[in-house]
Design a binder for this molecule. Structure first.
Ligand code: HEM
Length: 489
């Protein structure tokens, strides 16, 4: 907050917004920091705390250089944006098959090991074809509602486990949530979950280690040209390669096991789960496998880290927990219960939105412009990488009243006290936007709402420590969150 007040990001006037499209200055005139010969601004990054603090580093740059600047970080040159009007321009010009930035270490790895990957790694016509098949399946509410009872069941098991922790202290929140979200995604994707999986504690332990290695490995790689690191087989590359291969192997094994457990193809059973729907589309098994394996990887990390932030914020705000508790009581006492009450708790929805605004797991949205265009009044050549700084715009006072504070009510459109608390919702885009926006958004939101809907009536949460955000591929906590829970009487 203090840093914001000292150096507010320059405001973009209405006139300037209009001018963005009217005139175009050369690319080289985009503000840029002064760097040293050869190493550029590398020392600045290291001084600021390295790649794990990159969100803060970029935040400071925006205060210094404004809502648009260009900078080469490591081997990647990009134009950085922190303004909803500029985001809008990027999405307007992203084309029919938008190109996000694919992490280079993963591209090298895919090529080296001849891995064909899922939707996120696809481009052009191939991406468009699979996206058209997957979008309606993942957005279909029937797919979700079919599993509600099972979701409740998985949530109850996690909460039962928490109820029996010693002194009510949850010490492995990240691992517990990861396991929970893998289980609910298995239900949706392959409609199979049994005792064997609940018992597979190894999965959680292995995965926790893998996430950690993969993050450390690729974080170290981002300052090194990955192609060079791979060619020289440097320690950082080997670390990344080992952990990434283990993660892929695990996701593939899981998908393979799930495919084997699936009942034989039944033409009348198309809505049962995503995999059987894909089989209905006559998709070959190897394609189903790579797509579903990548969905597991994309789904479990993002939802578990976000839920960790939500629980942490709620634990710091007992008054919000109580508000949710009373909203749930109210909905449950209503005579018009229809079984989807979990969808109608405004403070749960607001809490998830606030956690994603303050701690967006996808801290930067990326697009590679395919044609020459004008953004922010500057000429942008084809193949320029645009990085949208979600962390910075989500905490900007111009778009959110008391932007540094956790205020779930600000998102309640029908509430009495939200007037003027969200000036521009486009400044917080935690699921991205446009044609390549997150395909799992509805699924992720529902699963997070259901867990909170089950948890808050049972417990109150209290945070035993303070955590900060660091980048480990995703925006996550710098140390394990220690939650103490008490059973509500
Ligand atoms: C809190 C949870 C989640 C967050 C914050 C999140 C965020 C994002 C973001 C920011 C993108 C890039 C969007 C863009 O560039 O415009 C994305 C893409 C994607 N997400 Fe999610 N996601 C979440 C959960 C999920 C889940 C549950 C799934 C799968 C079931 C999923 C699957 C994907 C896939 C496949 C893509 C690539 C889409 C494409 O390229 O067409 N995500 N997500």
């Amino acid at each position: 907050m203090a840093s914001y007040l000292r150096h507010p990001i320059r405001r973009i006037s209405l006139l300037e917004r209009r001018c963005y499209t009217a005139k175009s200055q050369p690319f080289d005139s985009i503000p840029a920091p002064k760097g040293l010969p050869l190493v550029g601004t590398l020392w600045d990054v290291i001084r600021a705390g390295g790649v794990s603090q990159i969100h803060r580093y970029i935040d400071d740059r925006h205060r210094q250089l404004g809502p648009i600047f260009r900078e080469k970080l490591g081997h990647v040159e990009a134009v950085w944006l922190a303004d909803p009007a500029l985001y809008e321009q990027v999405f307007q010009k992203e084309g029919t098959c938008p190109r996000p930035m694919l992490p280079e270490p993963w591209l090298i790895l895919n090529k080296k090991h001849a891995y064909k990957r899922g939707l996120f790694f696809m481009q052009g016509e191939e991406w468009l074809r699979y996206r058209k098949i997957l979008s309606p399946l993942l957005l279909k509410t029937a797919t979700l509602h079919r599993h509600i009872e099972s979701f409740y069941d998985v949530a109850d098991r996690l909460l039962d486990k928490w109820e029996h922790t010693e002194n009510g202290l949850i010490t492995h929140l990240e691992g517990d949530l990861y396991c929970y979200f893998v289980q609910v995604h298995i239900l949706v994707l392959v409609n199979w979950l049994n005792q064997e999986f609940y018992m597979n504690r190894n999965f959680r332990i292995i995965k926790t280690k893998i996430t950690c290695w993969a993050s450390i490995g690729s974080a170290r790689l981002t300052l090194l040209p990955p192609a060079l690191a791979a060619k020289l087989n440097l320690d950082a590359w080997r670390c990344f390669e080992q952990s990434a291969l283990s993660a892929l192997q695990l996701a593939n094994q899981l998908t393979q096991t799930c495919l084997e457990k699936l009942p034989p193809q039944d033409d009348n059973n198309e809505d049962d789960c995503i995999v059987s729907s894909l089989r209905q589309q006559k998709m070959v098994k190897s394609d189903i496998q790579r797509i579903v394996a990548d969905l597991f990887l994309a789904a479990a990390d993002t939802t578990s880290h976000t839920t960790q932030w939500v629980l942490y914020l709620l634990a710091r705000h007992p008054e919000v927990q109580n508000k949710i508790f009373y909203e749930i009581e109210l909905v449950q006492s209503s005579k018009q219960r229809i079984g989807d009450e979990w969808q109608h708790i405004p403070t749960i929805k607001g809490s998830v939105k606030e956690a994603l605004r303050l701690y967006p797991v996808a801290t930067f949205l990326t697009r590679i412009m395919q044609e020459q265009c004008t953004i922010g009044g500057y000429n942008i050549p084809p193949d320029t990488l645009m990085l949208m700084s979600a962390y910075t715009s989500g905490r900007d006072e111009r778009y959110f009243w008391n932007a540094q504070d956790f205020i779930p009510e600000r998102w309640n459109r029908h509430g009495p006290s939200n007037g003027g608390m969200v000036m521009d919702p486009f400044a917080s885009l935690p699921f991205g936007h446009g044609r390549r926006g997150c395909i799992g958004r509805r699924l992720a939101e529902s699963q997070m709402y259901i867990l909170l809907y089950k948890a808050i009536p049972r417990f109150t949460f209290q945070a035993e420590n303070h955590v900060k955000m660091i980048m480990r591929l995703l925006g996550t906590v710098d140390q394990p969150v220690q939650l103490r829970l008490r059973t509500r009487s």
